[in-house]
Write a protein that binds this ligand. Structure first.
Ligand SMILES: [Zn+2]
Length: 118
């Protein structure tokens, strides 16, 4: 029997196989909660479409600040340039978007609604 497990193409978006985080800390395996966090991040990313992933990762990278792009690239397997691009896109799209017209399909109602008075 020959097992067909090619390491090279793990790029498919299968939900079952979220491949391991490549950041330094996870490779050391020292911090369990960090590893779990990165695993969840990758799990979450696997359910987003391409641009959503880019933006989410860009946001996470901004939280980290300096060297964020590189770290997020290690965690997500996303190219550093892609993350950079995501940051730029976020900047420009936020500027061009009126704040009062954020209507997302399938999104919940605004929380401000207060109908239930007794
Ligand atoms: Zn990690």
């Amino acid at each position: 029997m020959i097992e067909n497990s090619s390491r090279t193409s793990v790029n498919q978006m299968s939900n079952a196989k979220i491949h391991k985080c490549q950041c330094e800390d996870c490779r050391k395996g020292a911090d369990r909660s960090l590893m779990e966090m990165h695993r969840r991040m990758k799990l979450f990313l696997s359910r987003l479409d391409e641009q959503q992933r880019r933006w989410y990762v860009a946001l996470e990278s901004e939280k980290i600040g300096h060297s964020g792009d590189r770290l997020l690239s290690q965690i997500t397997g996303m190219h550093v340039e892609t993350i950079r691009r995501g940051r730029r896109e976020l900047e420009s799209s936020l500027e061009g978007r009126p704040a009062d017209r954020v209507r997302v399909e399938g999104g919940g109602r605004p929380v401000v609604e207060k109908k239930t008075e007794r």
